[in-house]
Design a protein around this ligand. Structure first.
Ligand code: SF4
Length: 215
């Protein structure tokens, strides 16, 4: 109980920090509640197109399937059976969508969103373009500061992402990052991005779920 209250207080602090940075923040206990918030935002905004970015969290909570079942028109490059050309097209279309759904690699206690991208499309769309950005993340992505965020991404998330994507980069064998991005064209760590704040209020909606989700 005490541990739970401590966690709640910590996330409440992060939500306040996000709001100070002009982002809308939500804290929910379950993936189902997070799905309901996303639906509510989409129903209100009625975006002409909804892009989906690579995120284990979105799929773990069943958000993508749920939205498809409810008739939302998603641009999903990760749908099974899609050809490589179509994947590329959908990634481009997602980047230009009116609303995008994504996870984040880390959030600092001060409310900064920290990400490392291989292609850069996700981080770029989070920064500029889509009118609405919906970020869904587990409480495990909260870290103390930017330095800790990059350390966490490189040491924990990136090796697992390499495995998920089927890449044989050195961190897969070593179990930790060896900074191969200095010399290796196949590194998935090409763009390191910190989002400090938003220009437009409520453009970015960050939904934090009180569970361990994603990498
Ligand atoms: S920089 Fe290279 S070794 Fe480090 S996490 Fe990224 S892909 Fe792996």
């Amino acid at each position: 109980m005490a541990e739970n209250n401590k966690k709640k207080a910590k996330v409440a602090k992060v939500c306040k920090a996000l709001e100070r940075r002009n982002m809308k923040a939500f804290y929910v206990g379950t993936g189902k509640e997070a799905c309901a918030i996303v639906e509510k935002i989409l129903e209100k905004e009625k975006p002409s197109s909804i892009g989906v970015f690579g995120s284990s969290t979105l799929r773990e909570i069943g958000l993508i399937e749920n939205l498809k079942k409810k008739g939302f028109n998603l641009i999903d490059p990760y749908e099974k059976g899609v050809t490589n050309d179509e994947v590329f097209k959908r990634k481009n279309d997602s980047f230009c969508a009116e609303c995008v759904l994504t996870g984040t690699n880390a959030i600092t206690e001060e409310g900064q969103l920290v990400n490392i991208d291989g292609l850069g499309n996700r981080a770029a769309a989070m920064i500029y373009g889509p009118k609405k950005v919906i970020v869904v993340t587990g409480v495990n992505k909260i870290v103390k500061d930017i330095k800790t965020a990059f350390k966490r991404i490189k040491q924990k998330a990136a090796p697992k992402n390499n495995i998920r994507l089927g890449y044989n980069n050195p961190c897969v064998k070593e179990g930790h990052c060896v900074e191969c991005n200095k010399t290796n064209d196949k590194s998935i760590c090409r763009f390191s991005v910190v989002i400090e704040r938003q220009k437009f209020a409520n453009r970015m909606n960050v939904i934090i779920i009180g569970k361990e989700l994603g990498y």
